[in-house]
Design a protein around this ligand. Structure first.
Ligand SMILES: NC(=O)c1ccc[n+]([C@@H]2O[C@H](COP(=O)([O-])OP(=O)(O)OC[C@H]3O[C@@H](n4cnc5c(N)ncnc54)[C@H](OP(=O)(O)O)[C@@H]3O)[C@@H](O)[C@H]2O)c1
Length: 281
């Protein structure tokens, strides 16, 4: 893997003994190096540290798209992915307090609980995090199989984000399975703008959403998508798969700025952050 952006700047005067390796060199990266490269902003972690300041939830999205913009192939994202993409996917999970995901992605991709990984145990403990991120499923219908391990066997309880008027029997089934049901709307729908604050109230401020496109579209339209980690896969698919954001178009394109670009095997791993003060809709 190599870093393409920000570019490496050679020091104008030698300050260190011996040669320095440009970070753009193509070599395998350790999981720790990837984790450092994708660290959440300090403001998302303040509550867990010793500063005593309240943390501001930070919502990061992580998606993969084909060169022609498809967000899946045959209903799965795996055909667009690579080993390096899955490595980054795993690291982004390991850095998060909670992974927010739309119910259709849970149904189609057969979501399981995030697992505890030894490689990140010390880092998570030092960051004041539990053994693995909670999965937070967004659903209005609650048409989910609550007998699955995602709900019955997670290392930390799975959260179900829904509206207060979602089917009461399904809410009860979720609770009986061990999930934490959080209301984020008065009808059956979730108000996406309320999600970061509500999860923050449950101690989850380092947030990662893995989509899918309809949920990501809702988050972006609500102006709460702080960051987008986008993998561009060197594959083309044509067809009618959704783009990574699926929903009504914005009145004005929202501005994001590039903060990092990595490359491995022709896959580009970009990281964009919402521009301060940019139009959001
Ligand atoms: N390229 C990638 O990185 C990537 C990532 C993830 C998924 N995918 C692909 O995307 C496809 C699925 O994505 P999708 O866009 O169809 O669905 P999605 O965004 O995963 O889920 C949509 C569902 O989420 C729930 N939902 C979304 N917004 C809601 C709101 N405001 N209030 C209440 N519930 C809400 C609804 O669930 P209910 O129907 O239960 O009410 C809705 O049907 C799959 O093929 C998957 O492989 C690709």
């Amino acid at each position: 893997m190599r870093r393409l952006f920000p570019p490496f700047e050679y020091p104008t005067a030698p300050t260190l003994p011996g040669p320095q390796e440009p970070p753009s060199a193509d070599r395998p990266w350790t999981l720790d190096e990837i984790a450092d490269a994708y660290a959440y902003p300090a403001t998302a972690a303040e509550g867990a540290g010793e500063t005593g300041r309240a943390a501001r939830p930070w919502l990061r999205g992580n998606m993969v798209a084909s060169l022609d913009g498809a967000a899946h192939h045959g209903g799965r994202s795996q055909p667009l992915s690579s080993d390096a993409d899955m490595r980054i996917f795993g690291v982004l999970r390991a850095l998060a307090d909670a992974v927010v995901v739309g119910a259709e992605t849970v149904r189609r991709e057969g979501y399981r609980p995030a697992r505890r990984r030894e490689a990140f145990a010390a880092r998570r403990e030092a960051a004041g995090q539990g053994p693995a991120p909670a999965i937070a499923v967004v659903s209005a219908s609650l048409d989910l199989d609550f007998s699955l391990p995602l709900f019955t066997e997670p290392p930390v309880p799975t959260v179900v984000l829904t509206g207060a008027a979602a089917p009461a029997g399904r809410q009860e089934a979720a609770r009986e399975a061990g999930a934490v049901v959080v209301h984020a709307g008065e009808g059956s729908e979730v108000d996406p703008a309320r999600v970061p604050g509500l999860l923050g109230g449950h101690g989850h401020t380092r947030l990662l959403t893995e989509g899918g496109p309809r949920l990501l579209g809702r988050f972006a339209a609500a102006g709460v998508l702080d960051e987008l980690c986008l993998t561009v896969s060197p594959r083309i698919t044509a067809g009618d798969a959704a783009r990574i954001l699926d929903g009504p178009g914005f009145e004005t394109p929202a501005e994001y700025e590039l903060t990092s670009l990595l490359e491995e095997d022709g896959f580009l791993f970009s990281r964009y952050r919402r521009s301060p003060g940019a139009a959001r809709k």
